[in-house]
Design a protein around this ligand. Structure first.
Ligand SMILES: NC(=O)c1ccc[n+]([C@@H]2O[C@H](COP(=O)([O-])OP(=O)(O)OC[C@H]3O[C@@H](n4cnc5c(N)ncnc54)[C@H](O)[C@@H]3O)[C@@H](O)[C@H]2O)c1
Length: 280
């Protein structure tokens, strides 16, 4: 590989199993010479397979519920101790909606579930940055990245309350990113990733249709988890030092499409078969 992250220290949130985007980022960061701590919610550590990843990348795992300031403080203190200094990169790869899990329609949410999903998926990003900022835990020219989805800008009905959570997440990247840039020379960005077959992704109703549609709409096809990891590594590297406050689309071109010939052909087929039936 290219030693793009040689000597850099990081914290990676959200590797649950080998399908997770954070898992691929950890593998790539390791290949590029970084050292890092892996973290996830205590329940996810029991259910997932993170110890495999820790072994493979020579990393330690520190449990932390990203909604708990106490857990985050402990995580940051321990990470600095284990890694032997301040942090150069942080990946926030966390998402969960209880309304989606329970099949509640967007128009009929359980607001306690909405609050929990917001706390886990959106506010946690502010919490993480706030703890890093207060503890002055980031090195100058460090990089913080969170993962988002285009439902923050456009309507995807079954993405449910996660759409609102992503809109907040992207806004926080700008608002906190300003202070992090001004005061600490640290950059903050979100990556808006294609639909990707992971545990969180596949939980969204109609995901198979969703991913197939995006594939046909995107001139380069959907971006995979590994490709997302590659892009994330570039944002952690010194090659992107002045990129900040951005929501960066990593989606094979989907976000700028109106319609593609592949999708048009699908509709032409449907029309042709309807015409055939009416003739018969
Ligand atoms: N999969 C997709 O289609 C897709 C597309 C765009 C963006 N994303 C985003 O990518 C990120 C990673 O998701 P993924 O697709 O790799 O799925 P994933 O299910 O592998 O990862 C989600 C992670 O969030 C963690 N998490 C949940 N509650 C937590 C808590 N309280 N504290 C700490 N961690 C907690 C889970 O344990 C899990 O590791 C999410 O922000 C997701 O919204 C996913």
């Amino acid at each position: 590989m290219h030693n793009l992250l040689k000597g850099k220290r990081g914290i990676i949130f959200g590797a649950l199993d080998s399908k997770s985007i954070a898992w691929k980022v950890a593998e790539r960061a390791h290949e590029e010479g970084a050292t890092f701590v892996l973290t996830n919610a205590p329940v996810a550590l029991r259910l997932g397979t993170i110890s495999e990843l820790a072994e493979k990348t020579g990393s330690q795992v520190i449990p932390a519920d990203a909604t708990s300031m106490m857990d985050l403080e402990d995580l940051i203190d321990k990470s600095k101790e284990i890694l032997g200094g301040k942090i150069d990169f942080v990946l926030h790869s966390i998402g969960m909606s209880v309304n989606v899990r329970r099949g509640n329609h967007y128009t009929n949410q359980d607001y306690n579930f909405t609050k929990t999903g917001f706390d886990v998926s959106a506010l946690s990003f502010h919490r993480v940055m706030s703890m890093l900022y207060k503890k002055d835990a980031m090195n100058e020219w460090g990089s913080i990245v969170a993962l988002s989805y285009m439902a923050a800008q456009r309507v995807f009905p079954d993405y449910n309350d996660m759409a609102d959570n992503k809109a907040y997440l992207e806004s926080v990247a700008r608002s906190f990113g300003y202070f992090f840039g001004r005061d600490k020379k640290v950059r903050v960005n979100t990556i808006s990733q294609s639909p990707t077959p992971t545990t969180a992704g596949s939980g969204v109703k109609g995901f198979d249709g969703f991913i197939a549609y995006a594939e046909k709409m995107s001139p380069l096809g959907n971006a995979t988890a590994l490709e997302c990891a590659d892009y994330t590594i570039s944002l952690f590297s010194d090659l992107t030092k002045k990129v900040t406050l951005q929501n960066l689309y990593h989606d094979g071109g989907f976000s700028n499409m109106g319609v593609s010939t592949a999708i048009m052909e699908e509709f032409m087929k449907d029309n042709q078969s309807e015409e055939q039936v009416s003739k018969e």
